[in-house]
Design a protein around this ligand. Structure first.
Ligand SMILES: Cc1ncc(COP(=O)(O)O)c(C=O)c1O
Length: 358
C-alpha cells in the first residue's frame, strides 16, 4: 500500500514500532495481561504529563468521547458551565453541555481572535452559579492557540474549575497542569501522542475526582467516576479497543524516551520550517504568528487555486492536506505537522507544494 505523509490533524503517521504493537496478539480484557496494560498506560500518562496529584482515565473512543466524558461528569446539579467559544471545538463543548441539560453561559468570539480575558473574569464575578470554565487549548479549526495559563489564573482566582480540551495540543504545546490550574484535561491518542485512533483519555486532579463522585451521573458510558473506580481495581467497565491500547502503550514509551519537552521542540521546529516555506511561496496565513499553535497552519488558498486541485495534486505526490472547517471550508486549507515525521518529510512537502503552485 502506498505510504502517505499525513498533514491532516490526526490520525497521524505513527512509527513502525507503534504499528508493530498492533500485533502483540489477541487478548481478553478480563485477563491479568490487560490489567497490566491498563496500569502501565495510566502510569505512563501521569509520568509524561502530570506526575503528582492527578489520576489518568483512559477510555475507548475518539477525542470527542473524552471531551464529552469530561463535560458531562464534571458538573454538579444546577450549576453552569461557561464555555469559551472561538472555534468548532469550543462550539462542540457547548452542544455537549446542552445535550446533557447542563445550563451554560457562552462567551463567543471571532474564530481568528483570542478570548477577552477581562470579560471572562467579569462574567465569573457576576455569576456565582458558574461552576467551571470550558476552554480549547488549540482550536484545530484555525490553528489558534488559546492562553491556558491566563485563563487558568482567572479561574483559580475565582475559585472555579477549568476543563481543558487539549485533544490537539497535549505533547505539542507547553502545558503545566498544576501551574495552569487545570482540573480536567481531555486528550486523544492519535494526534501529538502519536498513537492510533480508538483510545483517548482524561487527566483529572485527585480533588476533582473526589468531588465528581457526588455529581449526577448523566450517562452510563461517559461517567468518568465509573471508569475510574473500575480502573482503580485494575478493571474496566466496558470492552476496550485492545489493539489501540497496545499502540498507545508503545507510543507513550516513545514519548517518554523522546521526552515531552523534546517532542514540543520537534513540532516547533517543523512548524517554523513549514511557515518559512509558505512565506517563500507567497502563501498567506489566516492567523498572525502570535496566535498560531505549533502543530497546524491555516493558509488562504491562493488566487486561481481550488482546494480539490491542490489536495489531489499533493495526494498524487504522496501528501494529504486538510480542508478548512465550518464557515472557513472554502478559501482556507490546513497543514498540520503532527506525527512521526521528519524535517525532510516537510521539505519534500514544500517542494511538491511549490511544483503545484507554479
Ligand atoms: C481540539 C479538538 N477537540 C476535539 C476533537 C475531536 O476529536 P475526534 O475527532 O478524535 O473525536 C478534535 C479533533 O480534531 C480537536 O482538534
Amino acid at each position: 500500500m502506498k505510504r502517505y505523509i499525513l498533514l491532516n490533524p490526526g490520525p497521524v503517521n505513527v512509527s513502525p514500532r507503534v504499528q508493530q504493537a498492533l500485533l502483540r496478539g489477541d487478548l481478553c480484557h478480563r485477563e491479568e495481561e490487560f490489567s497490566d496494560l491498563l496500569v502501565a498506560i495510566r502510569t505512563k500518562l501521569l509520568r509524561a504529563f502530570v506526575p503528582r496529584d492527578y489520576t489518568a482515565v483512559p477510555v475507548s473512543g475518539s477525542g470527542t468521547l473524552a471531551v464529552e466524558a469530561m463535560v458531562s461528569s464534571a458538573m454538579p446539579e444546577g450549576r453552569k458551565l461557561l464555555v469559551i467559544n472561538n472555534g468548532v471545538y469550543g462550539e462542540r463543548m457547548l452542544h455537549m453541555a446542552e445535550a446533557h441539560r447542563i445550563p451554560t453561559v457562552e462567551l463567543r468570539y471571532n474564530w481568528t481572535e483570542r478570548p477577552d480575558l477581562s470579560q471572562i473574569e467579569s462574567t465569573l464575578q457576576a455569576d456565582s452559579t458558574i461552576h467551571a470554565v470550558a476552554l480549547v487549548h488549540h482550536e484545530t479549526t484555525t490553528g489558534l492557540l488559546n492562553l491556558v495559563n491566563e485563563v487558568g489564573a482567572i479561574t483559580r482566582r475565582a475559585g472555579r474549575w477549568l476543563l481543558l480540551d487539549a485533544v490537539s495540543a497535549l505533547a505539542s504545546e507547553e502545558l503545566d497542569m498544576v501551574r495552569d490550574g487545570i482540573d480536567l484535561c481531555a486528550c486523544t491518542a492519535n494526534k501529538c501522542i502519536q498513537g492510533l485512533p480508538g483510545v483517548s483519555f482524561v487527566l483529572v486532579s485527585n480533588a476533582a475526582m473526589v468531588a465528581m463522585q457526588q455529581y449526577p451521573q448523566r450517562s452510563l458510558y461517559l461517567h468518568l467516576p465509573l471508569h475510574w473506580e473500575a480502573q482503580e481495581r485494575r478493571s474496566i467497565p466496558f470492552t476496550p479497543s485492545v489493539q489501540a491500547w497496545y499502540a498507545l502503550d508503545e507510543a507513550l514509551d516513545e514519548l517518554l524516551e523522546e521526552t515531552v519537552a523534546k517532542r514540543i521542540q520537534r513540532y516547533h521546529a517543523a512548524a517554523h520550517l513549514l511557515r518559512d516555506g509558505f512565506a517563500r511561496l507567497g502563501l498567506k496565513s489566516l492567523l498572525p504568528p502570535d496566535l498560531q499553535s505549533h502543530s497546524l497552519t491555516s493558509l488562504l488558498l491562493p488566487e486561481g487555486m481550488t482546494y480539490p486541485l491542490l489536495h489531489d495534486g499533493l495526494k498524487e505526490r504522496g501528501f494529504v492536506i486538510y480542508e478548512g472547517q465550518g464557515k472557513l471550508q472554502t478559501g482556507v486549507f490546513r497543514v498540520a505537522n503532527m506525527g512521526h515525521l521528519t524535517l525532510d518529510d516537510f521539505r519534500q512537502f514544500l517542494t511538491a507544494l511549490e511544483a503545484i503552485l507554479s
